[in-house]
Design a binder for this molecule. Structure first.
Ligand SMILES: O=C(O)CCC(=O)C(=O)O
Ligand SMILES: [Fe+2]
Length: 337
């Protein structure tokens, strides 16, 4: 999450909405190898698959916070580029998710059009592993900032990954060795704009409920809107959703389906969605920034522990590479659409 700076510029998050209980894990505690912090993070990843990461009083945490502040401002300018400019850099689904996704291209639960846009910048584009993504000049002019945010984010991810591996009695590099930032992957830096509404009580989502595909997502937002489904509950149960209150100095961290697969269901990827913002916050456009990590394209999706992956008992996903596994998942999502 950003520092206080962005928070004072928007209406406050209301006090009278249900918030999902979530553990707070300190980055400095993880860096110092504190056992209680490591265990708390493991519990969070098993129970909810979401936690808050306190960046404060940690050198890397403070550095990435200033980068997030800058990228949230720049992200706003990028997503507000003229439509005729954005059209030149549209994503090419299902071949490529890189570039702009226009508003309304996907559906929400009610079959109405979605209410968000995003721009995905590939890790491969940033690292120079693959230079085929066309980059808008405004993004190009901030490339050094995107690059340092990615490197610092990857450093945080490496700490989380190796701590989780150790807690699960796996080799410390069990997860990191399959996510080398220099190897081709579907990892992206994403900026998202969810649109304001003038409606009195919008009972509508901006982004449909989903789990993230990849390994771990680092998420920074200022305006509320993110909701997490209580484990074991149905997405159609209106009372089963809890808001995440954005907090200065904290990142929201959530696990994706690849971690579930690798750990045979021991770790959890939880369903979440972006709802129209609560209270007065619904009157402002909402910007968020995320680093969505995916395994290297050629990584094995073989489970390392546990009994059950995403595909149930059969275990056929064990034989797939990450790229094949992601294509399979995307196809099945499309069929269910
Ligand atoms: O904007 C947010 O708070 C969440 C976005 C999200 O869930 C995603 O991009 O997968
Ligand atoms: Fe997500």
């Amino acid at each position: 999450m950003a520092s206080d700076k962005h928070f004072t510029a928007v209406p406050p998050f209301p006090d009278n909405v249900p918030v999902i209980p979530m553990h707070t894990v300190s980055l400095t505690g993880l860096h110092s190898g504190d056992e209680a912090t490591a265990r708390l993070m493991l519990d969070a990843c098993r129970e909810l698959g979401f936690f808050l990461l306190d960046l404060r009083q940690d050198a890397l945490g403070e550095t990435i916070m200033t980068e997030i502040d800058q990228l949230l401002s720049i992200g706003k300018d990028i997503l507000n580029l003229p439509e005729d400019v954005k059209e030149k850099y549209l994503h090419d689904i299902p071949k490529s998710f890189l570039g702009f996704k226009p508003r309304g291209q996907a559906k929400i639960e009610t079959n109405e059009p979605d209410r968000f846009e995003w721009f995905n910048l590939g890790q491969d584009s940033i690292m120079g592993t693959n230079t085929t993504q066309p980059i808008p000049p405004l993004v190009q002019s901030h490339f050094p900032l995107f690059t340092s945010f990615l490197k610092h984010g990857q450093s945080i991810l490496a700490t989380i990954n190796s701590t989780l591996a150790t807690q699960l009695s796996l080799p410390h590099d069990a997860f990191t060795s399959l996510q080398e930032p220099t190897k081709p992957s579907g990892t992206v830096v994403r900026i998202i704009k969810a649109f304001a509404t003038q409606e009195e009580e919008p009972a509508r989502t901006n982004m449909i409920h989903h789990t993230d595909f990849g390994t771990i997502t680092l998420l920074a937002n200022v305006v509320g809107g993110l909701q997490v489904l209580a484990p074991g509950k149905s997405p159609s149960d209106v009372d089963a959703w809890g808001w995440v209150r954005p907090q200065p100095g904290h990142l929201i961290v959530n696990l994706g389906d690849a971690m579930v697969q690798w750990t045979g269901g021991i770790l959890r990827s939880n369903v979440h969605r972006v709802h129209c913002a609560p209270g007065q916050q619904r009157f402002v456009d909402r910007y968020s920034l995320a680093l969505l990590a995916r395994p290297e394209r050629n990584a094995s999706m073989k489970r390392m522990i546990g009994g059950q992956g995403n595909d149930g008992e059969g275990g056929e996903d064990d034989e797939l590479t990450a790229w094949e596994w992601e294509v399979k998942k995307a196809m099945s999502l499309k069929r269910n659409d």
